[in-house]
Design a protein around this ligand. Structure first.
Ligand code: GLN
Length: 473
């Protein structure tokens, strides 16, 4: 499939039309969606209307925008006006949001063509997209394996050449981990860089929306469009969108990179080998690579599994059978609430609500929630110490290549460990991306992770591009 960059070029120059590009995407979705279960909803009508609007603008000689005519897939936790938005949960059955997420409005203004909504782990809780009420998504590179999660549908859409780019959300790794498992670039932007308005909340202090793409330039183009201050999100940084694409070729000459042992140890051999090879590629391009140990990173998983469920237990209280989606009747309001939530939420969501409610309850708050907040502060300080020494950090994205469907679903701890290397960044509110580097077991892609301080996205893209070039891409 054409890159987003090429598509924009061709659409703007008249070599193709947005409508033709859309029909190619719709054709690929029709051919493979039954097998892979990537899209929960395809908005053919809305997409055709938007593609036509782009083509009309071009024929009038107008600027059709930086993503003119590029088909894009949206994770189904992003609100789309009048279009079902399910979070892969029965509890939102039948609900159609009355407004668009800010990122969706920005995409439309930039000339992109949203084609539909992709599968995820229910409310973004999971690492395999198997926790969906609508069945698992399969990895296009090997359909017996998971695409990762929770943004597995958005990763699979790009990996299966249905759309050149897509959006996911990353609370503890949900963009970077599926990107690694599907051989894509996936970016977790700095907290506050991208508006969360209209992103259905899981853990509000950690959630960020970010791009999937097959190459660094496409990811940078997409992030430029969606980033920048939004008055509708009080946590949005008061700054315009950063310049990213212009820095993709900046290289890493003179940069100091910290290879973090705690982001590699314990990973499979093929993953470790890829990270070492990536370190060498950065050295070859003029960076200095030093080994670092940041033991605080090992506390991230335990802190996350207190903080994220705590926030989720509060955020998910709004699904009460009154305001959104599903209602199961009961003799009184309390019985109706209970019946609705019992029927509407899946097992993993219920587990998180119970964990979070427990961690926040009187008598346990200090022991769990307050303690986890202290760990979060330690994490922020540990990152700050590391970034006083080096510009960027390097490690693995996830401990293994894509695993078999069903292999971890009955063992929550094994599933949670998928995110052991991605969670520290979310807790610190900083930036990180996953870039494919090398091939692992069964010929499957390996993702290496590049991490940087808040607002270091341009630098991260430049380093990721060095790794692309090293692989002849
Ligand atoms: N897999 C992690 C979880 O289950 C992270 C999810 C995410 O980033 N949305 O919570």
């Amino acid at each position: 499939m054409k890159t987003a960059e090429q598509t924009v070029h061709d659409v703007r120059s008249g070599a193709t039309t947005a409508t033709e590009e859309l029909e190619t995407a719709l054709g690929a979705i029709k051919a493979h969606n039954d097998e892979l279960n990537v899209f929960l909803y395809v908005d053919e009508e809305g997409a055709r209307r938007q593609a036509q609007a782009v083509d009309d603008a071009i024929s009038r000689g107008e600027d059709a925008g930086p993503l003119a005519g590029v088909p894009i897939a949206l994770k189904d936790n992003l609100c789309t006006r009048g279009i079902p938005t399910t979070c892969s949960s029965r509890i939102l059955e039948g609900w159609r949001p009355p407004y668009n997420a800010t990122v969706v409005d920005r995409l439309l203004a930039a000339g992109a063509v949203p084609v539909g909504k992709t599968n995820l782990d229910e409310f973004a809780m999971g690492s395999s997209t198997e926790n969906s009420a609508f069945g698992p998504t399969r990895n296009p590179l090997d359909p017996s394996r998971v695409p990762g999660g929770s943004s597995g549908g958005s990763a699979a859409a790009v990996a299966a050449d249905m759309t050149p780019i897509s959006l996911g959300s990353d609370t503890g790794g949900s963009i970077r981990q599926p990107a690694a498992l599907c051989g894509l670039i996936g970016v977790k932007p700095s907290y506050g860089l991208v508006s969360r308005y209209g992103l259905i909340a899981f853990a509000s202090s950690l959630d960020q929306i970010g791009p999937f793409a097959k190459n660094v330039t496409d990811a940078a183009m997409l992030l430029e469009v969606i980033a920048g201050h939004d008055p509708l999100d009080s946590t949005s940084l008061p700054e315009p969108s950063p310049t990213l694409v212009a820095h993709v070729n900046d290289g890493v000459s003179g940069k100091r990179v910290g290879l973090v042992r705690d982001l590699v140890d314990g990973a499979d051999e093929d993953v470790v080998a890829s990270v070492d090879a990536a370190a060498q590629a950065l050295r070859d391009a003029g960076a200095t690579v030093v080994e670092l140990s940041i033991p605080e990173f090992r506390l991230g998983l335990s802190a996350y599994y207190v903080l994220a469920p705590a926030e989720a237990s509060s955020n998910l209280a709004r699904y009460d059978g009154v305001r959104y989606g599903l209602r199961v009747e009961g003799v009184d309001v309390t019985a109706m609430n209970e019946a609705t939530r019992t029927a509407g939420f899946g097992d993993e969501v219920k587990r998180r609500i119970m964990l979070g409610t427990y961690a926040l309850s009187a008598g346990y708050y200090d022991a769990y929630y307050a303690q986890a907040l202290k760990v979060r502060t330690m994490m922020i300080e540990a990152f700050a110490r590391a970034y006083a020494q080096v510009d960027l950090l390097l490690g693995a994205t996830t401990p293994s290549v894509a695993f078999e469907l069903g292999s971890k679903i009955s063992d929550p701890m094994a599933m949670y460990l998928s995110d052991i290397f991605t969670i520290p960044t979310n807790l610190a509110g900083e930036a990180a991306l996953s870039v494919p580097f090398g091939v692992g077991e069964h010929g499957l892609p390996v993702g290496v992770q590049l991490l940087g301080p808040g607002r270091s996205e341009a630098q991260l893209f430049a380093a990721a591009h060095v790794l692309e070039i090293a692989q002849g891409r």
